[in-house]
Design a protein around this ligand. Structure first.
Ligand code: SAH
Length: 350
């Protein structure tokens, strides 16, 4: 079995290069090709001799993302990719343009085990974790295709990042490296459904990234109905971990709250949420639920979303309504992989 050379840190790559009896400056060169340029074959590393490239080829492989389908929103230019991995599995990424630059939403697993009832990512089942190299390759594939520099990352694609903790940390280490993509931790967001033990592990690393919690409910009754993870880690424990996280790292925690008509969008729900978050350094993102056909959830009305927002604001909770991007291209992650698995064509593909 060959090793994925893209899933090594610079230190680890140095050790490998020593084992092959090569001078250590080669490690930095190879690292550059892999992480700055995003090479997908050793032959693209043109300042390495043919002998060395052959030697690398014998011992390692490079994980990559091949563009299977690409979708461009006619409304806002959002681009969504269905990527094929080395082993034939599929994942999705979305690139969005904001005033401050390009943001990519990356997947962390092939499928998801968490089973949230509104989400498409579980529909096609859980297959495996992504390697650090595969998570990063989504950025290289998109950047090289679009010819732009991506400056921000959100881990909100398919999968639960904290359920693939070690590979995600390795990925962060590499994208943050100045010899690689050199993306600041402050431009990176990790979104979790609330795996409390791992929130503490992340806190102890004291990275300057943004932690986002998919909360979606003000209490255990509602949360457990839509998010099975809540049975293991009830809402009180999630919020307690967030308070600790904000205290130790000094970083504001974000909450995602997807509004579903008649489920979690009443005035009482909003008031209970305020009570829950009182005194916590945080920001709430209200998200009109994306109606995934198979999930059957109905989005709250615009007026109800606005009322919900007003309750939060009048209780001094920082909150905004998330702008919906890519609504014409199934931009919620999980939907393309599911369609592909069912063998259905997608008419928006270009
Ligand atoms: N597993 C991680 C990250 C992936 S989901 C997490 O749970 O945070 C990224 C975000 O999209 C989460 O907040 C998720 O709850 C939300 N989401 C999933 N399906 C959605 C839908 N149909 N409409 C709106 N938001 C959705």
């Amino acid at each position: 079995m060959k090793t994925d050379i893209k899933s090594l840190t610079l230190n680890q790559l140095n050790n490998e290069i020593n084992k092959l009896n090569l001078p250590s400056f080669r490690a930095k060169q190879i690292y550059n090709w892999l992480h700055k340029v995003g090479c997908t074959t050793f032959d693209q590393m043109t300042n390495l001799s043919k002998d060395l490239r052959d030697k690398l080829e014998e011992n390692y492989y490079i994980s990559y993302c091949q563009i299977e389908n690409k979708y461009v929103s006619k409304i806002d230019g959002t681009v969504k990719y269905l990527f094929k991995l080395n082993d034939g599995e599929y994942i999705e990424s979305v690139v969005m343009k904001y005033k401050y630059g390009y943001t990519i939403c990356v997947s962390s697993q092939v499928g998801c085990k968490m089973g949230c009832t509104f989400c498409a990512s579980t529909l096609a089942g859980f297959k495996r974790n992504l390697t650090a190299g595969e998570i990063e390759s989504q950025i290289h594939a998109a950047q090289n295709d679009l010819g732009v520099r991506i400056s921000h990352i959100v881990m909100m694609g398919i999968g639960e990042p904290l359920d693939n903790f070690d590979n995600v940390i390795l990925f962060l280490n590499n994208v943050n490296n100045e010899n690689g993509l050199n993306i600041s931790m402050r431009n990176i967001t990790i979104s979790t459904c609330g795996i409390v033990d791992k929130i503490y592990d992340l806190m102890n690393l004291d990275l300057q990234l943004t932690l986002t919690i998919s909360l979606h409910a003000p209490n255990n009754d509602i949360r457990s109905k839509t998010m099975p993870v809540n049975n293991k880690y009830p809402i009180e424990e999630v919020i307690k971990a967030c308070r600790e996280y904000a205290r130790v790292t000094g970083r504001r925690v974000s909450f995602e709250y997807t509004l579903i008509k008649g489920v979690n969008d009443s005035r009482e729900n909003a008031l209970e949420l305020c009570e829950r978050l009182k005194g916590l350094l945080c920001h709430v993102n209200l998200i009109p639920v994306n109606d995934v056909k198979e999930r059957g959830n109905v989005c709250s009305s615009k007026a109800d979303i606005q009322k919900f927002l007003n309750v939060l604001k009048s209780n001094s909770i920082n909150a905004t309504i998330r702008r919906t991007l890519g609504s014409d291209i199934n931009a919620s992650c999980g939907q393309l992989r599911y369609l592909k698995k069912r063998g259905d064509a997608d008419e928006n593909c270009c």
